[in-house]
Design a protein around this ligand. Structure first.
Ligand code: CUA
Length: 155
């Protein structure tokens, strides 16, 4: 079978790129330990308000400077709407949705996760600088999506 020279070059380049990509993924998985989130928690999205700890969302103090915050996202609000924590606190957020896909983003902190019904998203952050931090939904979830926000006061 005759393969044109230009076609052979393109095939070689394409194959080369695939080999490089596979090598990058393999290296990230094996050497850097990248993998999908483990200990993924699931939840019945129709029973969020009856399922502990989401039946009573809010802040829990774990130790000095260490908190857990349980959030329920639903169209078009977050519960709790506001949190107050001391500066320097490390907060682990546990967020689930009682209806549709939402986002959970605190700009300029690196906190940014999707909130998928049926699952609990987890993300941690240390709030070193005092101020008012905005919490926004950054996944389009309906007509009043842009109104879906909360705030975190760091004192
Ligand atoms: Cu919730 Cu957009």
């Amino acid at each position: 079978m005759h393969i044109h020279r230009a076609e052979r070059i393109w095939l070689t380049v394409g194959l080369g790129i695939m080999i490089v990509f596979l090598a990058v993924i393999t290296t990230a998985a094996v050497v850097d330990g990248f993998n999908p989130p483990s200990r993924v928690q699931s939840i019945d999205p129709t029973k969020v308000s009856q399922t502990p700890p989401f039946d009573n969302p809010g802040l829990r103090k774990v130790a000095d400077g260490s908190y857990e915050a349980y959030y329920v996202a639903r169209i078009f609000s977050f519960t709790p709407q506001a949190l107050t924590i001391p500066a320097g606190s490390r907060v682990t957020f546990y967020v689930t949705s009682a209806d549709v896909e939402h986002g959970f983003s605190i700009p300029e902190t690196g906190v940014n996760t999707m909130v998928t019904p049926g699952w609990v998203s987890t993300v941690s952050h240390t709030f070193r600088t005092p101020g008012t931090y905005l919490l926004v939904c950054n996944e389009y979830c309906g007509a009043a999506h842009q109104m879906m926000a909360g705030r975190i006061e760091v004192k």
